[in-house]
Design a protein around this ligand. Structure first.
Ligand code: IPE
Ligand code: IPE
Ligand code: MG
Length: 231
């Protein structure tokens, strides 16, 4: 059966902490395991000719977690970016970040910039990592820049607002997957999700895998998208 493959899949990678707790391990153990899941889903996405994969890695609200967890996550981002770039090059993956960089540490910012530059010519999957991102914050920063640019009111339309968001140039997600069983958006893509299909997996992110990913893609393939029309 010839199923339509989504052009852009976005994932709220949730459940790392609960996965670890269930094993009586510290939450950070779950985050580390989560990187392995991400590696396999990136590969699977490239193999399935998905053009854009976006993952929600750290929200603007996640700073409210204990300092120890936040610190470990930041170190994990640096370590992972360092380690994974060669494999991304091999798979022709282009990496891109969205979110407010100004609040991040120097080392993290440096690694983000380096991995973007190193992979910018790759023509395969675009992997967008949402780091210190939230949907409302994206809009707030976009509106600030629109005002700074003194854009006249009559020029403000949906295309213009989209072009000021961090996701400028990236099509809206066709499918948003959330792992970990919660049915909420948690301040992820607010503007961009206007007509996205939602899929929730009860699996914690470290237990999510290629097979579960295919279940989500198959479910998407059966949805009827109408975009407000009659289909
Ligand atoms: C998602 O897993 C990863 C981040 C938010 C950084 P959680 O850390 O939220 O894990 P749970 O939801 O508490 O299990
Ligand atoms: C959403 O998960 C954010 C990320 C996956 C980065 P959270 O664990 O932060 O969301 P809530 O607190 O359950 O809404
Ligand atoms: Mg969570």
């Amino acid at each position: 059966m010839n199923r339509p493959v989504p052009r852009h899949v976005a994932i709220v990678m949730d459940g790392n902490g609960r996965w670890a707790r269930k094993r009586l391990m510290p939450r950070n153990f779950g985050h580390r395991k989560g990187v392995e899941t991400l590696r396999s889903i990136v590969k699977a996405s490239a193999a399935r000719r998905i053009d854009y994969l976006t993952v929600f890695a750290f929200s603007t609200e996640n700073w409210s977690r204990p300092q120890e967890e936040v610190g470990a996550l930041m170190s994990l981002f640096v370590e992972t970016l360092e380690k994974e770039v060669p494999a991304l090059m091999e798979n022709k993956v282009r990496i891109r970040f969205i979110g407010d960089r100004s609040a991040l540490g120097r080392k993290v910012i440096e690694k983000m910039r380096m991995s973007e530059t190193q992979t910018e010519k790759n023509k395969g999957l675009t992997l967008t990592i949402a780091l210190n991102y939230s949907g409302r914050d994206d809009l707030v920063r976009a509106f600030g820049r629109i005002v700074e640019d003194t854009v006249p009111a009559q020029h403000i339309d949906e295309t213009l607002i989209s072009s000021y968001l961090d996701t400028a140039g990236i099509p809206d997600p066709d499918l948003i997957i959330r792992t970990g069983g919660e049915h909420r958006i948690s301040n992820f893509f607010l503007w961009q999700s206007a007509y996205s299909e939602f899929y929730t997996s009860s699996r914690y992110w470290p237990d999510f895998n290629e097979k579960e990913f295919d279940k989500a893609l198959n479910a998407y393939g059966k949805r009827e998208r109408r975009f407000g029309g009659l289909g």
